[in-house]
Design a protein around this ligand. Structure first.
Ligand code: FE2
Length: 285
């Protein structure tokens, strides 16, 4: 089944599990954010223990797209530290993977990541080319291409990490300023003809489903009305648009927003008990 609408769950509420991924990655502790039960595509948090290492040529049946949240990971001699990103397409040859100090990685697989020993072949499609290594701290912030109807009256900037012009698939980090809301706390809702996915790294995004904090995650299928969103302290998140091109379609009617909505997440049955109550995030006092 295609991935269900999740909006939203805090990763802090999810259990660490093993055996979620196939092969050697099955040893790694994993938090399942969302998973497509037909294709095996999934978004997960992976925890590499200190001293983890795997050598020997292996390739996966899925692209491995990842963002380092904590610690440090090494793949084929490339060190990925804090806030580093990579997109390694299906067929990429992993010769060695190690984590000397341990790592927690936000990982996206676009199919079941079954491993095969030996040499792999990556597709020749340039739109699926590897993004071998990006350190986010080396990329400048940009406001280019942000819909002025979305950013009106608020600070927003992004860093694009990957874009497939054929499919529209896009990955970027988005930074939004504190005290973000529309004039009069009234704004139209939005929808897009593609999936929107987000993992919040820090700050808050507040909308009709509640206050999303660092560690908050949503998977929103295409054409679901959402928002309006506001932010009290600002935010930084990893976003993806998938399975179509990102277009903003606005509702006719405006909706009122506030900084303290009820907790009312949209959850599939398997997450209802886990996310029955909002996760308590320590206050800064
Ligand atoms: Fe959206």
């Amino acid at each position: 089944m295609a991935r269900p609408h999740i909006e939203f769950v805090q990763a802090q509420a999810l259990p660490w599990e093993t055996g979620v991924l196939p092969g050697a990655a099955g040893e790694l502790q994993c938090k399942r954010l969302s998973m497509d039960s037909e294709t095996g595509a999934c978004s997960v948090l992976l925890r590499y223990p200190a001293g983890w290492q795997r050598a020997g040529l292996v390739h996966l049946a899925a692209a491995y797209e990842f963002f380092v949240l904590d610690g440090e990971l090494e793949i084929n001699g490339q060190i990925y530290g804090l806030d580093c990103y990579g997109y390694l397409p299906a067929g990429f040859n992993f010769r060695s993977t190690t984590s000397r100090a341990g790592a927690v990685v936000l990982a996206f697989f676009d199919a079941h990541p079954s491993p095969t020993l030996g040499q792999g072949e990556m597709a020749e499609d340039p739109n699926l080319a590897a993004v071998p290594y990006v350190n986010l701290h080396d990329l400048p912030w940009s406001t280019e291409g942000i819909d002025p109807d979305v950013s009106r009256g608020r600070y927003m900037a992004h860093k694009r990490l990957r874009h497939n012009p054929a499919t529209g698939d896009t990955t970027f980090v988005l930074e939004g300023g504190a005290h973000s809301h529309a004039e009069g706390w009234q704004e139209k809702e939005l929808r897009h003809p593609c999936v929107e996915e987000m993992y919040l790294l820090s700050g808050d995004i507040t909308g009709p489903q509640g206050v999303i904090r660092g560690g908050g995650y949503f998977w929103r299928p295409p054409d679901i009305w959402h928002g309006p969103f506001v932010s009290r302290m600002g935010y930084l998140g990893v976003f993806r648009f998938l399975g179509g091109h990102h277009v903003n379609i606005w509702s006719e009617e405006k909706r009122t927003s506030s900084l303290n909505p009820q907790y009312n997440p949209i959850l599939p049955d398997e997450l209802k008990a886990i996310a029955a109550k909002p996760v308590e995030i320590p206050n800064p006092f």
